[in-house]
Design a protein. Sequence first.
Length: 364
Amino acid sequence: MKKVVIIFFIFLGGMTFAQEGFMSYKVERAINAMKGKDKKSPETIADYIRKEVNSDDISMAYAAYYFVAHHLEYNFAKTRRITLNASRDEIIEDALRDGVGVCQHYAELFNAIARNLDMASVVIPGYTKQDGKVVDVPHSWNGLRLNDEWYLFDPTWGAGYLRGDEYQSRFSVEYFMVTPEKMIISHMPFDPLLQFLKNPVSHYTFSYDMKRNQQIEPINYKQKMANYFRQPEAERIENAMKRIRQHGIINEMTEKYYNFLDQNFKVHYANKQVDLHNEAVQILNNVVADYNAYADKKNKNRGKYPASKRETRALLSDLEFRVGEAGKMFSKVQPTMKMRQSYSKNLRIIEDLKQVIEKEKRRL
Protein backbone atom coordinates (compact mmCIF):
# COMPACT_ATOMS: atom_id res chain seq x y z
CA MET A 1 0.00 0.00 0.00
CA LYS A 2 1.49 3.32 -1.02
CA LYS A 3 2.03 5.79 1.78
CA VAL A 4 0.46 9.22 1.42
CA VAL A 5 1.88 12.40 2.91
CA ILE A 6 -0.41 15.36 3.33
CA ILE A 7 0.71 18.89 4.09
CA PHE A 8 -1.72 21.64 5.11
CA PHE A 9 -1.12 24.65 2.87
CA ILE A 10 -2.13 27.95 4.44
CA PHE A 11 -1.88 31.58 3.53
CA LEU A 12 -2.12 35.13 4.85
CA GLY A 13 -3.16 38.63 4.06
CA GLY A 14 -0.93 41.31 5.59
CA MET A 15 -0.76 44.82 7.03
CA THR A 16 1.69 47.62 7.63
CA PHE A 17 4.14 47.54 10.52
CA ALA A 18 6.72 50.15 11.46
CA GLN A 19 10.25 49.07 10.72
CA GLU A 20 12.49 49.00 13.76
CA GLY A 21 16.23 49.43 13.66
CA PHE A 22 18.33 46.33 14.29
CA MET A 23 20.74 44.50 12.90
CA SER A 24 24.18 43.82 11.65
CA TYR A 25 25.00 45.49 8.36
CA LYS A 26 27.56 42.74 7.93
CA VAL A 27 24.80 40.12 7.87
CA GLU A 28 22.72 42.00 5.32
CA ARG A 29 25.76 42.69 3.15
CA ALA A 30 26.69 38.97 3.22
CA ILE A 31 23.18 37.92 2.19
CA ASN A 32 23.00 40.54 -0.55
CA ALA A 33 26.26 39.15 -1.96
CA MET A 34 24.89 35.60 -2.38
CA LYS A 35 25.27 34.04 -5.81
CA GLY A 36 22.80 31.79 -7.56
CA LYS A 37 24.76 28.66 -6.64
CA ASP A 38 24.36 29.58 -2.95
CA LYS A 39 20.55 29.71 -3.24
CA LYS A 40 19.88 26.28 -4.72
CA SER A 41 18.61 24.61 -1.56
CA PRO A 42 18.20 25.13 2.20
CA GLU A 43 21.43 23.17 2.61
CA THR A 44 23.48 25.48 0.36
CA ILE A 45 21.90 28.56 1.95
CA ALA A 46 22.73 27.30 5.44
CA ASP A 47 26.27 26.44 4.37
CA TYR A 48 26.73 29.96 3.04
CA ILE A 49 25.34 31.53 6.21
CA ARG A 50 27.53 29.32 8.37
CA LYS A 51 30.58 30.33 6.37
CA GLU A 52 29.91 34.05 5.92
CA VAL A 53 27.89 34.97 9.02
CA ASN A 54 28.93 32.42 11.63
CA SER A 55 29.34 34.63 14.68
CA ASP A 56 26.35 33.56 16.81
CA ASP A 57 22.94 31.90 16.44
CA ILE A 58 21.01 35.18 16.54
CA SER A 59 23.01 36.59 13.63
CA MET A 60 22.52 33.39 11.63
CA ALA A 61 18.79 33.42 12.42
CA TYR A 62 18.65 37.01 11.19
CA ALA A 63 20.47 35.99 8.02
CA ALA A 64 17.81 33.33 7.36
CA TYR A 65 14.99 35.79 8.12
CA TYR A 66 16.54 38.49 5.92
CA PHE A 67 17.14 36.04 3.07
CA VAL A 68 13.59 34.66 3.06
CA ALA A 69 11.97 38.09 3.34
CA HIS A 70 14.00 39.39 0.40
CA HIS A 71 14.12 36.29 -1.80
CA LEU A 72 10.36 35.74 -1.95
CA GLU A 73 7.71 38.02 -3.40
CA TYR A 74 4.30 37.60 -1.80
CA ASN A 75 1.67 36.24 -4.20
CA PHE A 76 -1.67 37.59 -3.04
CA ALA A 77 -3.56 35.78 -5.81
CA LYS A 78 -2.92 32.49 -4.00
CA THR A 79 -4.00 33.55 -0.52
CA ARG A 80 -7.27 31.63 -0.50
CA ARG A 81 -6.13 28.66 -2.53
CA ILE A 82 -5.83 25.48 -0.47
CA THR A 83 -3.44 22.74 -1.58
CA LEU A 84 -3.48 19.57 0.52
CA ASN A 85 -1.21 17.31 -1.50
CA ALA A 86 2.03 19.31 -1.60
CA SER A 87 4.97 18.02 0.39
CA ARG A 88 7.26 20.32 2.37
CA ASP A 89 10.05 19.61 -0.10
CA GLU A 90 7.81 20.68 -2.99
CA ILE A 91 6.81 23.88 -1.19
CA ILE A 92 10.46 24.77 -0.54
CA GLU A 93 11.52 23.84 -4.07
CA ASP A 94 8.77 26.04 -5.54
CA ALA A 95 9.78 28.94 -3.30
CA LEU A 96 13.44 28.80 -4.29
CA ARG A 97 12.75 28.21 -7.98
CA ASP A 98 10.00 30.79 -8.53
CA GLY A 99 10.88 33.41 -5.93
CA VAL A 100 7.18 33.89 -5.13
CA GLY A 101 4.87 32.39 -2.57
CA VAL A 102 2.50 32.85 0.30
CA CYS A 103 3.03 32.49 4.03
CA GLN A 104 3.60 28.73 3.89
CA HIS A 105 6.47 29.20 1.43
CA TYR A 106 8.05 31.80 3.71
CA ALA A 107 7.59 29.72 6.86
CA GLU A 108 8.71 26.38 5.39
CA LEU A 109 11.78 27.91 3.75
CA PHE A 110 12.80 29.71 6.95
CA ASN A 111 12.26 26.51 8.93
CA ALA A 112 14.34 24.41 6.51
CA ILE A 113 17.24 26.87 6.59
CA ALA A 114 17.14 27.07 10.40
CA ARG A 115 17.14 23.31 10.77
CA ASN A 116 20.09 23.03 8.41
CA LEU A 117 21.82 25.47 10.76
CA ASP A 118 21.16 22.90 13.52
CA MET A 119 18.58 25.10 15.26
CA ALA A 120 15.40 23.85 16.91
CA SER A 121 12.69 25.27 14.65
CA VAL A 122 9.01 24.71 13.95
CA VAL A 123 6.41 25.99 11.52
CA ILE A 124 3.39 27.33 13.41
CA PRO A 125 -0.04 27.14 11.76
CA GLY A 126 -2.71 29.47 13.08
CA TYR A 127 -4.49 32.72 12.32
CA THR A 128 -4.04 36.41 13.01
CA LYS A 129 -5.74 39.54 14.19
CA GLN A 130 -5.34 42.89 12.45
CA ASP A 131 -6.77 46.23 13.55
CA GLY A 132 -8.37 44.40 16.46
CA LYS A 133 -10.26 41.95 14.24
CA VAL A 134 -9.62 38.29 13.46
CA VAL A 135 -8.67 37.69 9.83
CA ASP A 136 -10.57 34.72 8.41
CA VAL A 137 -7.56 33.40 6.44
CA PRO A 138 -5.16 30.92 8.09
CA HIS A 139 -1.54 31.94 8.43
CA SER A 140 1.76 30.31 9.31
CA TRP A 141 4.90 31.62 10.94
CA ASN A 142 7.89 30.20 12.87
CA GLY A 143 9.21 29.39 16.32
CA LEU A 144 12.95 29.16 16.95
CA ARG A 145 14.85 28.28 20.11
CA LEU A 146 17.74 30.66 20.77
CA ASN A 147 19.79 30.65 23.98
CA ASP A 148 17.36 28.10 25.43
CA GLU A 149 14.36 30.41 24.95
CA TRP A 150 11.64 30.22 22.31
CA TYR A 151 11.06 33.24 20.07
CA LEU A 152 8.65 33.89 17.21
CA PHE A 153 9.42 34.94 13.64
CA ASP A 154 7.11 35.95 10.81
CA PRO A 155 9.15 36.39 7.63
CA THR A 156 5.95 36.96 5.63
CA TRP A 157 4.93 40.01 7.63
CA GLY A 158 8.57 41.02 7.77
CA ALA A 159 8.70 41.16 3.97
CA GLY A 160 5.89 43.65 3.39
CA TYR A 161 2.18 44.35 3.73
CA LEU A 162 -1.08 44.63 1.82
CA ARG A 163 -2.57 47.93 0.76
CA GLY A 164 -6.02 47.08 -0.46
CA ASP A 165 -5.51 44.19 -2.85
CA GLU A 166 -1.93 45.15 -3.68
CA TYR A 167 1.10 43.81 -1.89
CA GLN A 168 3.76 46.34 -0.93
CA SER A 169 7.30 45.05 -0.36
CA ARG A 170 8.88 46.70 2.67
CA PHE A 171 11.32 44.83 4.87
CA SER A 172 10.80 45.10 8.62
CA VAL A 173 12.51 43.55 11.64
CA GLU A 174 9.37 43.93 13.75
CA TYR A 175 8.61 40.23 13.36
CA PHE A 176 12.13 38.99 13.98
CA MET A 177 12.78 37.32 17.35
CA VAL A 178 9.50 38.41 18.93
CA THR A 179 8.73 37.35 22.50
CA PRO A 180 5.72 35.05 22.97
CA GLU A 181 4.00 37.68 25.15
CA LYS A 182 4.15 40.20 22.31
CA MET A 183 3.39 37.84 19.44
CA ILE A 184 0.16 36.57 21.00
CA ILE A 185 -1.33 40.04 20.54
CA SER A 186 -1.60 39.42 16.79
CA HIS A 187 -0.81 35.71 16.16
CA MET A 188 -2.84 32.77 17.49
CA PRO A 189 -1.51 29.22 16.89
CA PHE A 190 -4.07 26.47 16.47
CA ASP A 191 -2.03 24.38 18.92
CA PRO A 192 -1.74 26.20 22.27
CA LEU A 193 1.68 24.61 22.93
CA LEU A 194 3.13 26.74 20.13
CA GLN A 195 2.22 29.97 21.91
CA PHE A 196 5.27 29.21 24.12
CA LEU A 197 3.40 30.66 27.09
CA LYS A 198 3.12 29.01 30.50
CA ASN A 199 -0.49 30.18 30.67
CA PRO A 200 -1.85 29.99 27.09
CA VAL A 201 -4.38 32.48 25.79
CA SER A 202 -7.72 30.99 24.78
CA HIS A 203 -9.20 31.40 21.32
CA TYR A 204 -12.09 33.30 22.88
CA THR A 205 -9.75 35.72 24.66
CA PHE A 206 -7.70 36.28 21.51
CA SER A 207 -10.79 36.91 19.41
CA TYR A 208 -12.91 38.97 21.77
CA ASP A 209 -11.26 40.19 24.96
CA MET A 210 -7.47 40.24 25.42
CA LYS A 211 -7.87 41.99 28.78
CA ARG A 212 -9.53 38.96 30.31
CA ASN A 213 -7.98 35.56 29.65
CA GLN A 214 -10.10 32.47 30.09
CA GLN A 215 -8.47 29.92 32.35
CA ILE A 216 -6.56 27.28 30.40
CA GLU A 217 -4.48 24.52 31.92
CA PRO A 218 -0.85 25.72 32.23
CA ILE A 219 1.66 24.15 29.83
CA ASN A 220 5.29 23.34 30.59
CA TYR A 221 6.16 24.26 27.04
CA LYS A 222 9.94 23.91 27.40
CA GLN A 223 9.66 20.30 28.50
CA LYS A 224 6.98 19.49 25.93
CA MET A 225 8.98 21.10 23.13
CA ALA A 226 12.02 19.04 24.14
CA ASN A 227 9.85 15.94 23.73
CA TYR A 228 8.23 17.34 20.57
CA PHE A 229 11.30 16.72 18.43
CA ARG A 230 11.72 13.16 19.71
CA GLN A 231 8.15 12.07 19.03
CA PRO A 232 7.11 10.14 15.91
CA GLU A 233 4.99 12.33 13.68
CA ALA A 234 1.80 10.37 14.34
CA GLU A 235 2.23 10.83 18.11
CA ARG A 236 2.97 14.51 17.61
CA ILE A 237 -0.22 14.92 15.59
CA GLU A 238 -2.30 12.99 18.13
CA ASN A 239 -1.02 15.16 21.01
CA ALA A 240 -1.70 18.35 19.04
CA MET A 241 -5.28 17.21 18.38
CA LYS A 242 -5.79 16.58 22.09
CA ARG A 243 -4.51 20.04 23.03
CA ILE A 244 -6.65 21.71 20.35
CA ARG A 245 -9.77 19.94 21.66
CA GLN A 246 -8.95 21.05 25.19
CA HIS A 247 -8.24 24.56 23.98
CA GLY A 248 -11.62 24.80 22.28
CA ILE A 249 -12.65 25.00 18.64
CA ILE A 250 -14.55 28.27 18.24
CA ASN A 251 -14.01 29.17 14.59
CA GLU A 252 -14.06 27.55 11.17
CA MET A 253 -10.32 27.92 10.62
CA THR A 254 -9.49 25.93 13.74
CA GLU A 255 -12.09 23.31 12.87
CA LYS A 256 -10.65 22.88 9.37
CA TYR A 257 -7.14 22.57 10.72
CA TYR A 258 -8.27 20.01 13.32
CA ASN A 259 -10.00 17.99 10.57
CA PHE A 260 -6.82 18.18 8.52
CA LEU A 261 -4.82 16.81 11.47
CA ASP A 262 -7.39 14.06 11.92
CA GLN A 263 -7.08 13.10 8.26
CA ASN A 264 -3.31 13.16 8.45
CA PHE A 265 -3.34 11.06 11.63
CA LYS A 266 -5.51 8.46 9.90
CA VAL A 267 -3.02 8.33 7.03
CA HIS A 268 -0.14 7.79 9.48
CA TYR A 269 -2.19 5.20 11.35
CA ALA A 270 -3.02 3.33 8.16
CA ASN A 271 0.63 3.43 7.09
CA LYS A 272 1.64 2.01 10.47
CA GLN A 273 -0.81 -0.86 10.03
CA VAL A 274 0.61 -1.52 6.57
CA ASP A 275 4.15 -1.59 7.99
CA LEU A 276 3.14 -3.98 10.80
CA HIS A 277 1.31 -6.21 8.34
CA ASN A 278 4.25 -6.28 5.95
CA GLU A 279 6.62 -7.16 8.80
CA ALA A 280 4.32 -9.96 9.92
CA VAL A 281 4.02 -11.24 6.33
CA GLN A 282 7.81 -11.32 6.00
CA ILE A 283 8.14 -13.41 9.17
CA LEU A 284 5.40 -15.75 7.98
CA ASN A 285 6.91 -16.09 4.51
CA ASN A 286 10.25 -17.08 6.00
CA VAL A 287 8.59 -19.76 8.13
CA VAL A 288 6.60 -21.07 5.16
CA ALA A 289 9.77 -21.22 3.06
CA ASP A 290 11.63 -23.14 5.77
CA TYR A 291 8.74 -25.57 6.25
CA ASN A 292 8.56 -26.15 2.49
CA ALA A 293 12.29 -26.86 2.50
CA TYR A 294 11.70 -29.40 5.30
CA ALA A 295 8.85 -31.05 3.39
CA ASP A 296 10.88 -31.13 0.15
CA LYS A 297 13.81 -32.93 1.82
CA LYS A 298 11.40 -35.34 3.46
CA ASN A 299 9.66 -36.16 0.18
CA LYS A 300 12.97 -36.68 -1.61
CA ASN A 301 14.03 -39.12 1.14
CA ARG A 302 10.98 -41.39 0.75
CA GLY A 303 8.88 -39.69 3.40
CA LYS A 304 11.55 -39.50 6.12
CA TYR A 305 13.44 -36.35 7.01
CA PRO A 306 17.17 -37.05 6.69
CA ALA A 307 18.10 -36.37 10.33
CA SER A 308 17.70 -37.94 13.74
CA LYS A 309 14.38 -37.74 15.55
CA ARG A 310 15.88 -35.35 18.07
CA GLU A 311 17.16 -33.03 15.34
CA THR A 312 13.88 -33.28 13.43
CA ARG A 313 11.83 -32.49 16.54
CA ALA A 314 14.06 -29.51 17.30
CA LEU A 315 13.56 -28.23 13.75
CA LEU A 316 9.78 -28.60 13.96
CA SER A 317 9.68 -26.96 17.40
CA ASP A 318 11.62 -24.01 16.01
CA LEU A 319 9.17 -23.70 13.12
CA GLU A 320 6.27 -23.94 15.55
CA PHE A 321 7.74 -21.16 17.69
CA ARG A 322 8.27 -18.91 14.68
CA VAL A 323 4.71 -19.46 13.48
CA GLY A 324 3.58 -18.35 16.93
CA GLU A 325 5.74 -15.22 16.64
CA ALA A 326 4.17 -14.45 13.26
CA GLY A 327 0.75 -14.85 14.86
CA LYS A 328 1.69 -12.41 17.63
CA MET A 329 2.81 -9.88 15.05
CA PHE A 330 -0.47 -10.23 13.13
CA SER A 331 -2.39 -9.72 16.39
CA LYS A 332 -0.88 -6.22 16.63
CA VAL A 333 -2.33 -5.26 13.24
CA GLN A 334 -5.68 -3.52 13.01
CA PRO A 335 -6.34 -4.09 9.31
CA THR A 336 -7.70 -1.34 7.12
CA MET A 337 -10.43 -2.13 4.61
CA LYS A 338 -7.88 -2.55 1.81
CA MET A 339 -5.80 -5.14 3.68
CA ARG A 340 -8.58 -7.21 5.27
CA GLN A 341 -8.65 -9.87 2.56
CA SER A 342 -4.88 -10.37 2.67
CA TYR A 343 -4.91 -10.23 6.47
CA SER A 344 -7.57 -12.94 6.75
CA LYS A 345 -5.74 -15.13 4.23
CA ASN A 346 -2.52 -14.92 6.23
CA LEU A 347 -4.32 -15.82 9.46
CA ARG A 348 -5.64 -18.97 7.77
CA ILE A 349 -2.12 -19.82 6.61
CA ILE A 350 -0.88 -19.53 10.19
CA GLU A 351 -3.59 -21.84 11.53
CA ASP A 352 -3.03 -24.38 8.74
CA LEU A 353 0.72 -24.33 9.31
CA LYS A 354 0.29 -24.83 13.04
CA GLN A 355 -1.82 -27.92 12.42
CA VAL A 356 0.58 -29.34 9.83
CA ILE A 357 3.59 -28.92 12.12
CA GLU A 358 1.71 -30.46 15.04
CA LYS A 359 0.88 -33.51 12.88
CA GLU A 360 4.51 -33.83 11.84
CA LYS A 361 5.61 -33.80 15.48
CA ARG A 362 3.08 -36.51 16.38
CA ARG A 363 4.41 -38.76 13.60
CA LEU A 364 7.90 -38.84 15.01
